[in-house]
Ligand binder design. Structure first.
Ligand code: KG4
Ligand code: ZN
Length: 342
């Protein structure tokens, strides 16, 4: 009989609960996004985020059990992301997870949220093909991870400043668009060509596998200051779309070019023929098309999850935990939360 895990993810501004049978069968995966909660403040307010998690988490757990047609007696282990993220938010998930594990007398498994992102691919495509290069492009992290096996990996590249998703969100905001910026920028990139403006492609020709996106963000700010907008209409109106579309499409082309170049260079340097792309930005249609084209050109196997498993979700967290459960890598009630990756 396959073990059933209940997993929680409250790392940032999404409250997510999943129930997984074995390593791949999603019985439920419910996520409540807080974007609306924070919109009026122009960004996520940590204090509000933790309060919101606390307010909703028990309801989401009840909903997930109902959807899976289970009660707590059917749960074999509890999984939770305990790092990285907003500390107050992480503590809500961790405290609930500990209480559940203690009450149910079942194993508790703490998971690195960023390490979990690539496991969305296991849910979609089946077991991971090792060795593999994971590109994780999320709101808080841009990482290149060389994985030789489960729990056996090395981070070989990371952003030295802003993450790609953070840069995209900030530039979208700069141009007056609401959170999250990724879907708006992706839409512009699908509708307009990305070669109208030649924005910087930071660190493109540097030997390192690291990224840097803050220079591009600053370049966009300078560009915005120089070219005063004449339109005060919303993105959806035709004039705003005409004005912003080519700029945002060209900006996103810079981001994509850097991600592609760095990822395929790293794959070549480490002799890797399998690449996975995951994290919120991997939901972008433009980014997926670009990675597909380059993978076909280079003869590389490319894996990416469906859009709903790219953005934060507890199913990927529980999937990684299922692998830890099988390996009997359990935690105890002293498990702590950490804001940083290391
Ligand atoms: O993985 P994620 O949900 O959260 C973190 O772990 O940080 O990633 C959030 C990022 C944001 O930058 C958001 O704008 C972007 O993912 N995003 C998208 C799409 N949906 C979310 N970017 C492009 N296209 C999308 N459809
Ligand atoms: Zn994430």
């Amino acid at each position: 009989m396959s073990a059933i895990g209940l997993g929680l993810d409250t790392t940032f501004d999404d409250t997510s609960v999943a129930i997984l049978r074995g390593k791949r069968e999603i019985l439920s995966n419910l996520t409540l996004s807080q974007y609306k909660e924070h919109e009026e403040f122009g960004g996520v307010v940590p204090e509000r985020a933790s309060r919101k998690h606390l307010e909703v988490i028990h309801h989401i757990i009840a909903g997930a059990l109902k959807e899976a047609d289970l009660d707590f007696s059917g749960i074999d282990y509890i999984a939770v992301s305990n790092y990285p993220g907003l500390l107050g938010s992480l503590l809500v998930g961790l405290t609930v997870a500990k209480s559940l594990a203690y009450t149910l007398q079942c194993p508790l498994i703490g998971v690195n949220h960023v390490e979990a992102h690539p496991y969305a691919n296991v849910l979609e495509h089946g077991e991971m093909q090792f060795p593999i290069l994971h590109l994780v492009v999320a709101g808080g992290h841009t990482l290149l991870i060389h994985a030789r096996g489960h729990f056996d990996y090395k981070i070989i590249g990371r952003s030295v400043d802003d993450a790609a998703g953070e840069c995209v969100d900030k530039v979208a905001k700069m141009f007056g668009h609401s959170m999250p910026g990724g879907p708006v920028v992706d839409r512009a990139a699908m509708e307009f060509t990305g070669d109208v403006y030649d924005f910087p492609r930071p660190m493109l020709h540097k030997k390192t596998h690291n990224f840097s996106f803050s220079g591009l963000k600053t370049a966009m700010l300078r560009f915005k200051e120089k070219s005063q907008s004449t339109s005060s209409s919303s993105f959806d109106s035709p004039e705003r779309l005409q004005e912003d579309g080519p700029i945002l499409a060209s900006f996103f082309q810079s981001v994509i070019d850097v991600l592609i170049h760095k990822t395929f260079n790293a794959a070549e340097a480490y002799g890797l023929n399998n690449i996975s792309v995951s994290g919120g930005l991997a939901a972008s249609r433009k980014l997926r098309l670009a990675f597909e084209a380059e993978s076909a050109r280079k003869g590389v196997n490319l894996f990416y999850p469906p859009p709903n498993l790219c953005t934060d979700n507890a199913a990927m967290v529980t999937c990684l935990a299922a692998h830890r459960y099988e390996a009997e890598l359990f935690d105890d009630l002293t498990l702590d939360a950490f804001a940083n990756l290391n």
